[in-house]
Design a protein. Structure first.
Lengths: 550, 435
């Protein structure tokens, strides 16, 4: 049996699955200042009368990290960077203590300026005096050569335990993104560690010995133990759970849109033949660029409670929400009121909804029924326009090779799946306006928890080899090897694949049906003069998000 | 947090799977380290910098700038359509007001491609700036255009395409043609009879460094641009004036390129040459992008940058000032030059021999242009190559007057070469007939 628990903003949902059948579900209010308690409450209600040894796997999706960032409840971090030629690193100041140290590497990882160990020792003493406990060390171009970060870590180890290194975050080149992501891991570490320890303890106390996994932003899972090193990866696992929850209802042969229609916002995601489209280069949180891979989602200000008013004799809806619908005690008309008035929602106070619709209808001089229809259509049209523009943006992502330009995958959605409270009533309008078959997903909150429960582990490996420097690195795996000048693309690919397999196994993947996807596979001849001086090889492989087979 | 003062669009198309041949300077690897640097700097995430996917140009968009012999397919690869399409994408976003400035960081380059194309010359097959400019003129109504070519090699292709057009001011700064390919670009190349003084060449001596180059921009190029008052300034942003470039002999720097971009303040920049792919391009490109966006670039420099080693000698400075004087002479006397140089025939004729170094082709041309004070004139080109092609190309510019258009039509009617082209940019009419 599998357990899935999705800690949402207002509710915590849980399911107990046998195969893909829900045996039991739980729904409790989320206690915002104690997410751990919410997890355990949901867990206890699920495992009541169940032999704990029968539970083979548990997956948790929490908003802990997101909350810490949004509520600015992060721990102080000392950030030590070194840059070399390029944009002045002072512009990337992050954290409570920010120091630009000596040392520089170039785009191939060659040393331009060595680390000044004396300087770092001094910095280490200074930070200790200030009393900051968590350290983030980031060098420009560290994915090409992690030695400077490692050298600094060694010095900091004399005074500190929690040192986060930039190259462990991602093999992707993006210095500011790497600074932010490393800082984020260090900044949420303390609160995450408390949560992690409590959860671990409680599971042992209840006799559950099977592994506990954490849902990541990319819709994959990682073992609880692993998540301690990269707590930032749990950010946005809520939207990821929704998308994973919609997966069982999607058709693997076509592209689909997933809409999660809430009161204030609608979240949009896209499936390419049943697989979520991933933002490979990382997402932003609170306008901070990170290198955290995540399911590509777009949140728009359109929902059941969008504020409806008339401006210049035109009906407008959203993006802001001014409270609940009038039918549910709010002060302003909303799309929900229109649906109550039209008799499509049989809840709430009909008279109050009617009053709201009447106020709009009088302003534009259109009968009430027509007005209500218009309000719903405007909202649905905004949602349709937004997902069309999202699909077009994904299709128009920059590409860097002829091959990708000419033969790149072009999304052509042929189905829409709608989650959320007003899903059913919006679905048919969205279908009419978009001309795409639209299906509501019932029991969507349980679907989220089920999506989390059934999510497979994901992981990615980036390998960089430079045969002129005779070095191969997969920095996030702490892999470094001296290679010969005969090292080939095939060697690099095989190595990357082996590293990915090892990582997937560590992540708890079922190795029997592992599917590898190539993200980048390039080998360049480096010509100096008229001769080849070596090869510059870049391989990135990933295990895509998906559901465990029942 | 960094924020761009100017909303800046970028098209980055390094064509990682395209080369002229595996060891050619124009090979897969050329923009690899530039991509590494630009992405590691996080430039694409800066607020106000937007990366766009290139478009593909259509055949008729190419026809506006070229007569391709025997046809477009034979002298291009798909990469050329996308490279030109990258420049077009930037032009489109600019014309629609989505961006304040734009840079097409694309390859292959184009500024050696002339109006008639028998093959590749100077690594170029079709002229990506010219195709972009004709797009801006036809689709977005731009009238007066200035092109400043800062590639180290004379932009002889762009010069050829706009030789007769007084609405397009072409200024090329380059290493003196007596010391570098293509061996042209002297003061006396100053435009055809209808556009005298609207082609300006500034041949700079070898070893020109920051001081001399920036002096030329400030004291020669900028005053001329001020007087011309273009609707748009396009920079053919070659990067081979760099001190580390393997195929040229100049002493320019990443700081120099960034400052040049700030001074020149182009609306659109299009990458041309630049073959010091590790020591120069990563820093030069980062510098140009930041300069366009109005972001601090004071720390963008080569790892081995040392201004002391690159100081301009007094002799070089003196020589450069003299070059600038000569350019001013041409510009200031442009209204009197036509009579003096070309006389007053109803139709002018010129003969040219053109070499295609990349593909090893020789071409012989006779050009005929109507004498017109109202437009750029109707142009007829009889061209034959040692590959055996004989063609006649008739071109009516987008600003063509009625009389010259009639002449162009009459020429086409009577033309009887192996292939005859009629390209009327004003009405987007592109016809061809065979004999």
């Amino acid at each position: 049996m599998i357990i899935g628990i999705d800690v949402g903003g207002t509710h915590t949902d849980g399911v107990l699955l046998s195969g893909d059948t829900i045996i039991k579900s739980a729904k409790i209010p989320t206690k915002k200042d104690n997410l751990y308690e919410s997890v355990i409450k949901a867990l206890d209600s699920l495992i009541e009368n169940t032999n704990p040894s029968k539970i083979k796997r548990t997956v948790l999706s929490t908003t802990l990290t997101t909350n810490a960032v949004v509520q600015k409840k992060t721990s102080p971090v000392a950030v030590i960077v070194s840059a070399g030629p390029g944009i002045d690193p002072k512009f990337y100041k992050t954290g409570d203590y920010y120091f630009v140290a000596k040392g520089a590497l170039d785009h191939r990882g060659r040393e331009l300026l060595p680390v000044d160990e004396q300087e770092i020792r001094q910095v280490s003493e200074d930070i200790k005096k200030i009393g900051i406990k968590n350290i983030a060390v980031i060098s420009k171009f560290s994915p090409r050569n992690p030695s400077h970060e490692n050298q600094k870590e060694k010095i900091f180890l004399a005074n500190f335990k929690n040192i986060f290194k930039g190259h462990n975050v991602s093999g992707h080149l993006n210095f500011p993104g790497r600074i932010n992501t490393t800082w984020l891991n260090a900044a949420v570490y303390d609160s995450y560690e408390i949560f992690f320890k409590s959860v671990n303890k409680s599971f042992i106390e209840r006799g559950i010995k099977s592994p506990v996994h954490i849902l990541k932003a990319d819709g994959g899972t990682m073992p609880l133990e692993q998540s301690l090193k990269f707590p930032a990866q749990t950010i946005f696992s809520g939207p990821a759970a929704s998308v994973m929850g919609a997966l069982p209802s999607s058709d693997k042969n076509i592209d689909s849109i997933i809409l999660d229609i809430g009161g204030t916002t609608t979240d949009i995601a896209v499936l390419a033949k049943g697989v979520p489209v991933i933002a490979q280069n990382g997402i932003k949180i609170q306008n901070i660029k990170t290198l955290i891979r995540a399911i590509e989602t777009r949140s728009i200000g359109a929902g059941g409670d969008s504020f409806v008013r008339v401006e210049n004799s035109k009906i407008l809806a959203g993006p802001e929400r001014k409270g609940p619908a009038m039918a549910f005690g709010g002060g302003f008309p909303t799309p929900t009121d229109a649906l109550v008035f039209l008799g499509e929602i049989n809840e709430g106070d009909f008279e109050k909804a009617k009053k709201g619709i009447k106020s709009i209808s009088e302003k534009i001089n259109i009968p009430m029924k027509e007005t209500a229809e218009k309000i719903v259509d405007i909202t649905a049209q905004y949602i349709v326009d937004s997902f069309n523009s999202m699909v077009s943006d994904i299709n128009n992502k920059p590409v860097y090779t002829l091959h990708d330009f000419l033969d790149g995958y072009v999304l052509n959605p042929q189905a829409i799946l709608v989650l959320g409270a007003p899903a059913g009533v919006f679905a048919k309008r969205i279908e009419k306006l978009s001309g795409i078959k639209t299906l509501p997903i019932e029991n969507f909150s349980i679907a989220n928890a089920k999506g989390a429960a059934m999510a497979k582990p994901t992981c990615t490996v980036t390998l960089f080899a430079d045969t002129a420097r005779k070095k191969a690195y997969a920095v996030s795996e702490n892999y470094e090897e001296s290679i010969s000048s005969n090292y080939s693309r095939e060697d690099a690919y095989a190595k990357a694949k082996a590293l990915l397999y090892a990582k997937a196994e560590k992540m708890g993947a079922n190795m029997k049906n592992i599917e590898i996807e190539t993200i980048e596979d390039m080998s360049f001849n480096m010509i100096r003069g008229y001769r080849s001086s070596g090869k510059n090889i870049r391989i990135t492989l990933q295990v895509r998000p998906g559901l465990v087979s029942a | 947090m960094l924020k761009a003062k100017n909303k800046t669009g970028l098209v980055f198309f390094p064509a990682f799977d395209w080369a002229i041949d595996p060891t050619h300077p124009e090979r897969e690897e050329r923009l690899l380290y530039t991509k590494d640097q630009v992405f590691e700097e996080g430039i694409m995430d800066i607020d106000g910098i937007i990366e766009y996917k290139p478009l593909e140009v259509t055949k008729n968009e190419i026809n506006r700038a070229h007569f391709c012999v025997p046809d477009i397919e034979s002298v291009t690869t798909h990469s050329h359509f996308i490279s030109a399409g990258g420049a077009k994408a930037i032009a489109q976003k600019f014309a629609k007001g989505e961006i304040d400035k734009g840079f097409a960081l694309v390859r292959p380059p184009g500024h050696h491609a002339m109006r008639v194309v028998h093959g590749g010359r100077g690594f170029c097959n079709i002229n990506i700036e010219a195709i972009m400019i004709e797009y801006l003129r036809k689709e977005h109504g731009y009238k007066k255009i200035a092109i400043v070519d800062t590639d180290c090699h004379h932009g002889d292709g762009t010069q050829d395409v706009y030789w007769h057009d007084p609405d397009v001011l072409f200024i090329s700064l380059h290493q003196d043609g007596r010391t570098l390919y293509p061996g042209s670009g002297f003061h006396d190349e100053l435009g055809g009879p209808n556009a005298c003084g609207y082609t300006l060449n500034i041949p700079l001596p070898p070893n020109t460094s920051e001081e001399g180059y920036l002096y030329t921009i400030e004291n020669c190029v900028l005053p001329i641009l001020d007087e011309f008052k273009p609707d748009i300034i396009v920079n053919s942003a070659g990067q081979d004036n760099h001190y580390s470039d393997p195929i040229t002999n100049m002493n320019f720097t990443a700081q120099g390129y960034a400052k040049l971009t700030t001074l020149l303040n182009p609306d659109i920049a299009v990458l041309e040459g630049g073959y010091s792919i590790e020591a120069a391009l990563p820093y030069v490109n980062a510098g140009i992008i930041l300069a366009m966006a109005g972001i601090d670039y004071s720390k963008v420099m080569e790892p081995d940058y040392d201004p002391k080693n690159l100081k301009e000698s007094p002799e070089t400075m003196k020589y450069i000032k003299n070059v600038c004087e000569k350019v001013f002479d041409v510009w200031n006397s442009r209204h009197n030059l036509k009579k003096k140089i070309y006389g007053n025939d109803p139709i002018f004729k010129r003969k040219r021999n053109i070499m295609y170094d990349t593909d090893g082709i020789y071409e012989r041309q006779f050009q005929y242009i109507t004498n017109c004070d109202k437009c750029g004139g109707a142009l007829k080109i009889d061209s034959e190559s040692d590959r055996g092609w004989k063609i006649t190309g008739i071109h009516a510019p987008v600003n063509v007057c009625e009389k010259c258009l009639l002449q162009a039509e009459a020429w086409y009617k009577e033309s009887n070469s192996e292939i005859n082209y009629f390209h009327d940019n004003k009405n987007d009419r592109f016809e061809r007939k065979k004999h």
